[in-house]
Write a protein that binds this ligand. Structure first.
Ligand SMILES: *[C@@H]1O[C@H](CO)[C@@H](O)[C@H](O)[C@H]1NC(C)=O
Ligand SMILES: *[C@@H]1O[C@H](CO)[C@@H](O)[C@H](O)[C@H]1NC(C)=O
Ligand SMILES: *[C@@H]1O[C@H](CO)[C@@H](O)[C@H](O)[C@H]1NC(C)=O
Ligand SMILES: *[C@@H]1O[C@H](CO)[C@@H](O)[C@H](O)[C@H]1NC(C)=O
Ligand SMILES: *[C@@H]1O[C@H](CO)[C@@H](O)[C@H](O)[C@H]1NC(C)=O
Ligand SMILES: *[C@@H]1O[C@H](CO)[C@@H](O)[C@H](O)[C@H]1NC(C)=O
Ligand SMILES: *[C@@H]1O[C@H](CO)[C@@H](O)[C@H](O)[C@H]1NC(C)=O
Length: 457
């Protein structure tokens, strides 16, 4: 054992010399720091690389004896090159599979390196409390042609994962600029996508330049998003920041989101979503919908958006539904929203349409119980636009303390545009046209169409 240890030490020193000469200053700092930490941890008293089971690929020279603790699975130890050019997907996947088997393990993407990753699925179930520590950079293939035709839906797909955390000071770079050209916009590629995953935390990282949506949660629950940055140019079309679908119990907080489309998009099947302390812009603001497309059923409830700053966007807080849909949006609260240079800060649009003219239909997703409180700041086109369905009016829409002034870029109208919405309003309301926006006889509203909102529970 003693001999073994001293051999280890020699190997370790050798490694330090090698890495010193080949890695950046940043990377070096990180590795030295790591050695200390792992000695203290004392959870691996030999030089075995964790996960280097027969199934693992041979590790590269110089990293063969990378002295990680037995619960840290550094992708470099699994053959990743980290040069931003070689395909490191296999190494990432192998490190993932090894870590997945151990409770409380960490897959590490070390700082100072760039890992080119092709579309992959990181699948559970895994042992609890797995962490993906992203300190370096993950890069998507930049060329459209190098994406396999079969995986044009997401880049990194997390599936069936519980009690999982992504964290770190690193960056997830979708390198999506080629996807933003008109001919490539037909694909719906999400950079990070979670499917059927529960108790997931994403914190601290940056997600940039996704081909389309940056972070998507689908059929999931117990989601925490904290202190992340999402950024791609305003000119990137259809790039949502965070997209939620069929997902419950979500908290999104303390984050900066700016991209070409919605900062946060809440789709059908979502409830108990709490969004707060977010900076949003540029983009399209915070949106519920579009819901009820192609006569589909949409159910969204119990949404709280508060203490949010929205700037340089098309909308502030918006609910949009297609005509002819079914189901309901209910119990939504937007409060303490600071807007600046927002085209239309408050929108309900039940005539959402992707063509010049869409035929009016009687059916609609029913909207009720929407509170707006303390929506304050500047607009560039119109302060309020509430266009509720002809057949099914919006009910219990309450406007309290709305103070919107034209921005100096103002080219629009002072008038609030309101149609078929019922509820209460309470001052201060500025401009005063907002006061007549919601009609008070909501109790006796006649619904022309049966809304079929009972399809939602
Ligand atoms: C330290 O290593 C010894 C020997 O392998 C082991 O028995 C012990 O549990 C370790 N202690 C900690 C705190 O990991
Ligand atoms: C190295 O440590 C692992 C567990 O920490 C143990 O299973 C293995 O037998 C050890 N190998 C040697 C050569 O000591
Ligand atoms: C992890 O998930 C399991 C269910 O898969 C649950 O029973 C357990 O309480 C969770 N642990 C933590 C720490 O969240
Ligand atoms: C989520 O975590 C909580 C504890 O934080 C646990 O009680 C619950 O079982 C977990 N759910 C799943 C599906 O892992
Ligand atoms: C937020 O994330 C950054 C890294 O992106 C980190 O430096 C900072 O400490 C984090 N802030 C908090 C409050 O955790
Ligand atoms: C409305 O949503 C809030 C926040 O999710 C929730 O606390 C409240 O119970 C809901 N009210 C009803 C009537 O469901
Ligand atoms: C649909 O209804 C709205 C509200 O009544 C009206 O302004 C619009 O002109 C109608 N559109 C068509 C195509 O009939």
């Amino acid at each position: 054992m003693k001999l073994h240890r001293s051999l280890c030490l020699v190997a370790l020193m050798f490694l330090v010399i090698i890495t010193s000469s080949i890695t950046s200053v940043e990377g070096r700092k990180h590795h030295h720091h790591k050695h200390k930490k792992d000695k203290k941890k004392n959870n691996s008293d030999n030089c075995t690389v964790p996960g280097s089971s027969p199934a693992s690929p041979p590790t590269i020279p110089g990293h063969a004896s990378y002295p990680t603790g037995s619960k840290t699975f550094d992708v470099l130890s699994f053959g990743a090159k980290g040069n931003g050019v070689s395909d490191d997907s296999k190494a990432f996947l192998t490190a993932w599979k090894a870590a997945c088997k151990i409770s409380g393990a960490t897959v590490e993407i070390p700082s100072g390196f760039k890992f080119l990753i092709k579309p992959i699925t990181l699948q559970g179930p895994c042992m609890p409390n797995l962490v993906l520590q992203i300190n370096g950079a993950l890069l998507a293939p930049p060329k459209v042609g190098s994406w396999p035709k079969s995986s044009l839906f997401q880049w990194i797909n997390f599936k069936w994962i519980h009690n999982f955390t992504i964290q770190g000071s690193g960056v997830v770079d979708g390198q999506g600029s080629q996807w933003w050209t008109p001919s490539n916009q037909i694909y719906l590629i999400q950079a990070l996508r979670f499917y059927s995953s529960f108790n997931v935390t994403v914190r601290d990282i940056k997600i940039i330049n996704s081909p389309q949506c940056h972070l998507k949660f689908d059929s999931s629950g117990g989601i925490q998003v904290d202190n992340i940055t999402i950024s791609s140019p305003e000119t990137s079309p259809n790039t949502d920041g965070i997209h939620l679908q069929n997902t419950r119990d979500v908290e999104i907080q303390h984050s900066n989101i700016g991209c070409g489309d919605d900062c946060v998009s809440i789709q059908t099947g979502c409830s108990n979503v709490h969004i707060h302390h977010i900076n949003c812009g540029p983009g399209h603001g915070i949106s519920l919908g579009g819901l009820g497309k192609d006569k589909s059923v949409a159910c969204v409830s119990n949404i709280v958006v508060e203490k949010v700053s929205v700037f340089n966007t098309l909308a502030g807080v918006r609910i949009k539904t297609w005509q002819g849909g079914m189901g309901s949006v209910k119990n939504v609260s937007f409060s303490n929203i600071q807007v600046s240079d927002v085209k239309v800060p408050i929108i309900i649009d039940q005539y959402y349409c992707d063509k010049d003219i869409c035929k009016n239909q009687t059916m609609a997703v029913a909207i009720s119980g929407v509170k707006y409180d303390q929506i304050v700041g500047t607009y560039t086109s119109r302060p309020v636009h509430l266009a509720c369905s002809n057949g099914i009016p919006c009910t219990d829409v309450d406007l309290t303390d709305i103070q919107l002034k034209p921005s100096f870029k103002y080219r629009g109208l002072d008038e609030a545009m309101c149609w078929n919405s019922y509820g209460k309003s309470q001052g201060p309301l500025y401009p005063s046209s907002i006061d007549s926006c919601v009609r008070r006889d909501g109790g006796s509203v006649k619904r022309i169409a049966r809304s079929r909102e009972h399809v939602c529970f």
